[in-house]
Design a protein around this ligand. Structure first.
Ligand SMILES: Cc1cc2nc3c(=O)[nH]c(=O)nc-3n(C[C@H](O)[C@H](O)[C@H](O)COP(=O)(O)OP(=O)(O)OC[C@H]3O[C@@H](n4cnc5c(N)ncnc54)[C@H](O)[C@@H]3O)c2cc1C
Length: 456
């Protein structure tokens, strides 16, 4: 007779917890998924953060593992390029990849709700809304939940995953364990963000190019816009939380109006009540989390933002959390349900890779907010894209490694990206590179350097 599968609890039914519940349910585990919030499908008010986000190949691969990719794709909009809006309203386009490669704008609530509905269809998965994890025994994975602020429910399982986001309660409880050596840091970025919107035209069409991610790069701050299927755009303004030009100093109707007029003239005409909305919202912080270990007593593990919250500038937070689930799912087969081996391999494989994407995401603010409008930077990208077309086996640009190449790990992408940067620094020093960039000698040198340095 087969040994019965473990009982597994998951705290947090965000996108990552919900995906993990589906995967574990399909593998034959009895799963209890606990979410502190009410069911957003019933309240019709989604209380999570960020209205839409960019899904890319790492996320798609994980969704494919549970057969949900095609359903999600029907409600997603491909964004094939960045469209940069300069201060005068001139537009330039930069493709994200080659051969119609795209990142996809999806509704965060939509994908979360689809995953929860799928989890509920699994016979072995139970979803409990309005259940906030408050206590956890790290010796036997038993946990307690507050159901209405007073009532406490006890739950026994063999294993518990904390998928409860950047400010994870599971992680905080682990840090308080007397003998647990837990390294931890939470770094606030100088930038915070507010979300604004551009509504659809009367006929439901989009007011800006639909199949693109729009960026208004202004060096120390930027506005971005991602399309929604109803014809609207969700826009996010990132800027310093405090300092000379910041959320703190933009505090009157007059100052904010001048700020939008000076910096986002073309967007100002399209945004829905930007001044009132800007002043009426408090800016949300952005932070990144490093923590180690992710596994405690082989009884409790961390996944998603609870293990590796990052800033959104590479559009990878959720993709990376989905990748955690995919890797766990594969390790279950590889180690034939032996959880001591699965958990240890999961931590060993994911921790360095998540450190790498946290670092890449942090650096990418500069690329998006400043360099995206810089002539030298755009030329570098064009040369790299051309070289990639000529020698796809030798050169995959960093953005494409992270976004479109799920079989290249984040750590490999970071390391290769460093070498590529040094090579491109040399190429950009060639005399007359702005005129000669299409000439053969540029690509001959690039090939020589790439073979020498990348294939070492
Ligand atoms: C502005 C912005 C833009 C972003 N854009 C992108 C993007 O383009 N692409 C991308 O891939 N990622 C993006 N991200 C990141 C992405 O939103 C996160 O990485 C993703 O939501 C993480 O999912 P999660 O399930 O791990 O955590 P969360 O989404 O935070 O979900 C955690 C869940 O746990 C619940 N919970 C919390 N505490 C408890 C408790 N004690 N008990 C029970 N339940 C609890 C919460 O209610 C929540 O539902 C963006 C983030 C921001 C802020």
């Amino acid at each position: 007779m087969d040994t019965p599968r473990k009982k597994i609890s998951i705290a947090g039914a965000g996108p990552v917890g919900a995906l993990l519940a589906v995967m574990l349910g399909k593998k034959g585990y009895k799963v209890d998924l606990f979410e502190s919030r009410p069911d957003s499908r019933k309240t019709s008010v989604y209380q999570g953060k960020s209205i839409n986000l960019a899904l890319s190949d790492r996320g798609w691969l994980a969704l494919k593992a549970i057969g949900l990719d095609e359903d999600i794709r029907q409600h997603a909009i491909p964004m094939y390029c960045r469209v940069m809006h300069d201060i005068k309203g001139n537009l330039t386009q930069q493709p994200y990849g080659s051969d119609n490669q795209a990142i996809w704008s999806v509704s965060r609530a939509g994908i979360n709700e689809q995953l929860i509905s799928l989890a509920e269809k699994e016979p072995l998965v139970d979803v409990h809304f309005d259940h906030r994890l408050t206590e956890l025994n790290f010796e036997d994975a038993s946990s307690r939940y507050s159901t209405d602020g007073h009532n406490i429910k006890h739950h026994q399982s063999d294993l518990l995953f904390g998928a409860d986001g950047a400010f994870s309660k599971v992680r905080r409880l682990a840090q308080e364990l007397p003998r647990q050596r837990m390294s931890y840091s939470l770094e606030y970025m100088p930038q915070s963000y507010v979300e604004l919107s551009i509504s659809a035209n009367k006929d439901g069409s989009h007011k800006l190019e639909k199949n693109a991610l729009h960026i208004w790069p202004r060096k120390d701050f930027m506005l971005i816009a991602l399309p929604n299927t109803d014809g609207s755009f969700t826009c996010t303004l990132f800027m310093n939380h405090e300092g000379e030009l910041s959320f703190q100093t933009l505090n009157t109707q007059e100052i904010v109006t001048k700020f939008f007029e000076d910096n986002f003239m073309d967007a100002l005409a399209l945004l829905d009540n930007p001044i009132e909305n800007f002043l009426g919202k408090s800016a949300s912080p952005l932070c990144l989390v490093h923590v180690y270990p992710w596994i405690i007593n082989n009884k409790v593990g961390l996944v998603g933002d609870a293990a590796h919250a990052m800033v959104p500038f590479y559009g990878q937070g959720m993709n990376c959390g989905f990748e955690d689930c995919r890797i766990l799912n594969e390790l279950i087969d590889e180690y034939d349900h032996n959880w001591d081996h699965i958990l240890s391999a999961y931590q060993q494989e994911r921790k360095p890779n998540c450190d790498a994407i946290i670092e890449l995401a942090k650096r990418n603010f500069v690329e998006m907010s400043d360099l995206a409008g810089d002539e030298n930077f755009l030329l570098r990208k064009k040369i790299e894209a051309k070289f990639h077309t000529m020698y796809p086996q030798i050169w995959v640009p960093l953005y494409a490694m992270v976004t479109f190449s799920p079989h290249i790990t984040y750590s490999q992408a970071l390391a290769t990206g460093e070498i590529q940067k040094n090579i491109m620094d040399e190429i950009m020093k060639l005399p007359n590179i702005h005129q000669d960039w299409q000439q053969d000698h540029v690509y001959q040198l690039l090939h020589k350097l790439a073979v020498e340095k990348l294939e070492k």
